[in-house]
Design a protein around this ligand. Structure first.
Ligand SMILES: Nc1nc2c(ncn2[C@@H]2O[C@H](COP(=O)(O)OP(=O)(O)O)[C@@H](O)[C@H]2O)c(=O)[nH]1
Ligand SMILES: [Mg+2]
Length: 354
């Protein structure tokens, strides 16, 4: 899963990127580098901590999302040949980092305006693609039945985009999706609005333009996550003990990184299954509804090919039992076949034959 961080310059993209990936790339009060930067973001998961206490494994491996810090998009830039768009077209989801703090140049935040501007840029860029494709089909010698179908679909997309709607608001069937899967439309990608606030606003929750933003988010089915990027960075840089105390003082139970990861998981329909033993405790990312055999393939193609059964215990059941032997006694460990739909937090031991 690749997640693109987009936003106007100086909105805090690099700050958020650093938080998510635990890196310390330079942030800048004058806009950042012109290159996209990629990194792996471990997904915080307290279940891994509990399992590590139980197994004392040699290695703990969290699930990971790949994030891309995309150079800031200046207003009106989507029309030209902009590298920003190429980097963003290939991601699976977008996080729009919106400035909710007064900039170092003294500009007051205007987050709703920034959101509308970005939505407009993304929509215009999709519209441009639709028009180019329509022209290409029209200028061809013969129009095949499949192309006729595609033209009808493109007309629908065109109409929606002209009306300022996102493409993900359309009811597209599998055939429609197949026809346009190659285009990587930006307004078809799952979107999260991340409001990057100063500490005071974050604590009060009364951020600028809140009513308008909540209304738009509701209408477009876009989750809004609030974060105080600069403060989160301070929290992350503390050692574990100080961090807990600091967060308790602030009345924060969960880091912004954890909340953002969870929102991303939910919005993308992702879940984690876990494997646990003395070698390694590990979380694996799958989409909701993934069947046991396919999930096994995440670990190794041999395990998928030679799949026999999955031995499964729900994390909460194991935690309640205290250890695997007692969970077994309580009948909480089940044997599931290849068509079992994996659940979030399943701890799995795949039995296979190669
Ligand atoms: N007050 C405040 N400043 C921030 C916050 N996040 C980032 N900044 C500052 O805003 C400037 C731009 O941040 P940066 O992450 O480089 O933004 P980018 O251009 O979108 O990558 C830097 O001076 C940061 O220190 C925040 O949450 N609160
Ligand atoms: Mg930057």
């Amino acid at each position: 899963m690749d997640i693109g961080l987009i936003g106007l310059p100086l909105s805090g993209k690099t700050t958020i990127f650093n938080l998510l990936t635990h890196s310390h790339a330079e942030t800048s009060a004058f806009g950042g580098k012109a290159e996209s930067r990629r990194g792996l973001a471990p997904v915080p998961d307290p279940r891994l901590d509990w399992l590590s206490q139980l197994y004392h494994p040699r290695k703990v491996t969290p699930a990971q999302l790949q994030v891309v810090d995309v150079p800031g998009l200046a207003r009106g830039e989507s029309q030209g040949p902009n590298r920003f768009l190429n980097d963003v077209r290939l991601v699976d989801a977008l996080i729009h980092v919106v400035r909710g703090f007064a900039s170092e140049l003294g500009e007051a935040p205007k987050p709703f305006q920034d959101i509308e501007d970005m939505e407009l840029e993304l929509g215009l860029s999709d519209l441009d693609l639709v028009e180019k494709r329509r022209q290409r089909i029209q200028s061809g010698k013969k129009v095949t039945p499949e192309q006729r179908h595609e033209m009808e679909l493109l007309d629908r997309l065109h109409e929606a985009l002209e009306a300022g709607e996102r493409l993900d608001s359309l009811d597209l069937n599998d055939e429609d999706r197949r026809l346009i899967s190659g285009y990587q439309f930006l307004t078809l990608k799952p979107m999260i609005w991340l409001l990057n606030l100063d500490d005071e606003t974050f604590k009060s929750g009364q951020y600028p333009d809140r009513d308008q933003i909540e209304e738009a988010a509701h209408a477009k089915h876009i989750p809004v996550v609030l974060m105080a990027g600069a403060m989160e960075q301070e929290i992350q840089d503390l050692d574990a003990e100080d961090r807990e105390e600091f967060m308790r003082d602030l009345g924060i139970e969960e880091t912004g990184t954890a909340r953002l990861s969870r929102a991303t998981y939910d919005h993308l329909g992702l879940i984690s299954f876990l494997t646990a033993g003395e070698d390694e405790v590990r979380a694996w990312t799958i989409t909701r509804g993934t069947l046991a055999k396919e999930a096994a393939g995440k670990i190794h193609s041999d395990i998928e090919r030679g799949f026999i059964r999955a031995e499964v215990v729900a994390f909460e059941a194991l935690k309640a039992a205290g250890n695997i032997a007692r969970a077994r006694e309580q009948g909480a460990v089940r044997l599931e076949g290849k068509d079992y739909a994996m659940q979030d937090g399943d701890i799995v031991n795949f039995r296979f034959n190669v």
